[in-house]
Write a protein that binds this ligand. Structure first.
Ligand SMILES: [Zn+2]
Length: 179
């Protein structure tokens, strides 16, 4: 999938429009006309690990590309000038109508996915979250459904993102003996 990488898809300087815009091997570009230096960075995203009182993990079903129809964790991109904590609370409310009582940082995992034919790089920050109640849960926004799955029975081949797979495997191993 090399042809989706920035070095093969970004051709013009975003500042002056010159095509004399060369990829450096450190994930950056340098414009030979205006000397602008563009760095390709990871976008921050959050993922929520939520467990019910039976010890099952809450998954969402994606309604949009990439990975439409596949399993995911609740969460999404951190907006510009937003904190990861705020993004976590906002995304869980938007997707599942859940209010979070407390949360604790768990781990991070890098990811690359193809969006509109281009590679997008993310750093997914996972938090263990405790909702006030599950009473008002319903799927909306960019998810079509949700399901609680036992950590022993997670169908990893149905999880869209590699980073979400890694986070879920690590978390399932940790909680499998706790319930
Ligand atoms: Zn330029």
């Amino acid at each position: 999938m090399d042809n989706t990488l920035p070095k093969n898809t970004i051709r013009y300087c975003p500042k002056c429009g010159s095509s004399d815009f060369l990829f450096k091997e450190d994930h950056s570009f340098l414009c030979n006309k205006c000397q602008f230096h563009l760095y390709i960075n990871s976008a921050a995203a959050v993922a929520a690990l939520i467990v019910n009182d039976k010890g099952e993990i809450l998954f969402t079903r994606r309604a949009i590309e990439p990975h439409k129809g596949m399993l995911d964790l609740p969460g999404g991109f951190v907006d510009i000038m937003e904190s990861a904590e705020n993004a976590l609370i906002r995304e869980i409310k938007e997707e599942l109508n859940l209010d979070i009582n407390s949360f604790k940082y768990f781990m991070s995992s890098p990811n690359e996915y193809i969006f509109g034919g281009l590679s997008v790089f993310t750093l997914d920050l996972a938090y263990i979250c405790h909702p006030k109640t599950f009473n008002y849960i319903h799927a909306k926004d960019d998810i079509s459904d949700y399901e609680f799955i036992s950590p022993n029975l997670i169908p990893y081949n149905q999880i869209g993102g590699e980073s979400i797979k890694r986070i879920t495997k690590t978390f399932a191993k940790k909680i499998i003996h706790e319930y």
